[in-house]
Ligand binder design. Structure first.
Ligand code: ZN
Length: 374
């Protein structure tokens, strides 16, 4: 059997692939940091009808070792249909197996969103009559960082920002942006109501270098971008600097930062309750957003991160920094790597299609709330 990861978002180290009943592997660290969790590789030379077993031996040392409990790896024969495979976890590593139906298969931590698909998404977005490439930043390694402007019809529109995949291993985040952009191509009453009040500003992928490199958490300099918002720099975090400069020029009335969470098997949000500038107005907006989303989509409020104490927010996080700076509704949206246990789908777990549906539901919520953001 041959194991390869020399492609977009590939990540694996082969320790010993000589026994298909016990293939020994390890996850490579992020390009310039000690984080690791994301994996993605191609296994070739499988024997159809035979069970192949793989172990990620360093999983217990990974960034979020608690994330492996209850987690199942995803596999795909064709790169399009991804399904979960039987997986167990113990001190010896993460073990998964596949009764092979074909001679080659991909495995990954989550259904990957490729750079090629990203390029197609931009083409699709820019073909829409009301979408323009407003500005284009550059990542540390010189990859494009497009900022899309969705023009509404209001004379003085609210400015709604969505950014995705600051953490490059969280591929569900760009799936979410694809769902959002696809809905922009439809003509429905809710969307029209939203665009009658608001313009959208979209960064489909904040960390293209990290995504390409197969990183979990950081960019090409080893910087966690979602810890860089208080003091971004051209040397360490030009991706954040670019977006902050654009925000300063345009303004922000609402901000959503799209992520995935390794451990919690639910969709949830994290807000700005710990910001020094948090007010009853913002709290009411947060509550309305959550209630509306819960009523229509795969979303819940019982599970999530512990709430920050008043005044104790970490302002290096995008959500907190933007919420504080622009006195606006700001949420981190977290989707699971595992499944949304409120409506489990065992074959796929949480996946790209469900991430896309969530984005469409959030547009419905924003349509109902756009008039109240200020
Ligand atoms: Zn994240």
């Amino acid at each position: 059997m041959q194991i390869r990861s020399d492609f977009d978002s590939g990540n694996i180290q082969v320790l010993d692939a000589s026994d298909p009943g016990r293939v020994r592997l390890a996850i490579r660290k992020d390009f310039a940091s000690d984080h690791f969790q994301w994996f993605h590789f191609l296994a070739e030379g499988l024997t159809p009808g035979q069970t192949h077993r793989f172990t990620l031996e360093n999983a217990p040392q990974s960034s979020y070792k608690n994330a492996w409990t209850g987690y199942r790896a995803v596999a795909s024969y064709d790169g399009a249909d991804w399904f979960r495979v039987p997986t167990t976890y113990d001190e010896g590593g993460l073990h998964f197996e596949l009764l092979a139906e074909r001679t080659s298969v991909r495995f990954a931590y989550f259904e990957p969103y490729s750079r090629a698909r990203h390029a197609q998404l931009l083409v699709k977005a820019l073909a829409l009559p009301n979408v323009e490439l407003l500005a284009c930043g550059s990542s540390l390694q010189g990859r494009e960082l497009p900022l899309l402007h969705v023009r509404g019809t209001a004379a003085a529109p609210r400015k709604v920002w969505l950014i995705a995949q600051q953490h490059p291993g969280e591929h569900m985040a760009e799936w979410y942006m694809e769902g959002l952009i696809e809905r922009l191509g439809q003509d429905d009453d809710e969307l029209r109501a939203l665009l009658a009040q608001a313009d959208l500003y979209l960064v489909p992928n904040m960390n293209p270098d990290g995504a390409f490199l197969g990183n979990l958490r950081t960019n090409a300099a080893g910087q966690d971008l979602n810890r860089a918002w208080q003091a971004p720099s051209a040397e360490r975090s030009p991706e954040v600097l670019f977006v902050q400069q654009q925000m300063a020029a345009i303004g922000v009335d609402c901000f959503l930062d799209i992520h995935g969470d390794e451990e919690i098997p639910h969709v949830f949000t994290a807000g700005c309750e710990g910001n020094p500038g948090f007010t009853a107005r913002l709290e009411a907006l947060e509550q309305e957003f959550r209630q509306r989303l819960m009523a229509i989509g795969e979303f819940q409020v019982a599970h999530g991160y512990p709430r920050d104490q008043p005044g104790q927010a970490n302002l290096a996080l995008a959500c907190n920094w933007v919420g504080q700076t622009y006195d606006c509704l700001a949420y981190t949206v977290e989707m699971p790597f595992k499944d949304h246990d409120d409506s489990p789908q065992p074959r796929t777990g949480w996946n790209g299609a469900r991430s896309k549906r969530l984005a469409r539901d959030v547009l419905t919520v924003l349509a109902a709330m756009a008039g109240k953001l200020r």
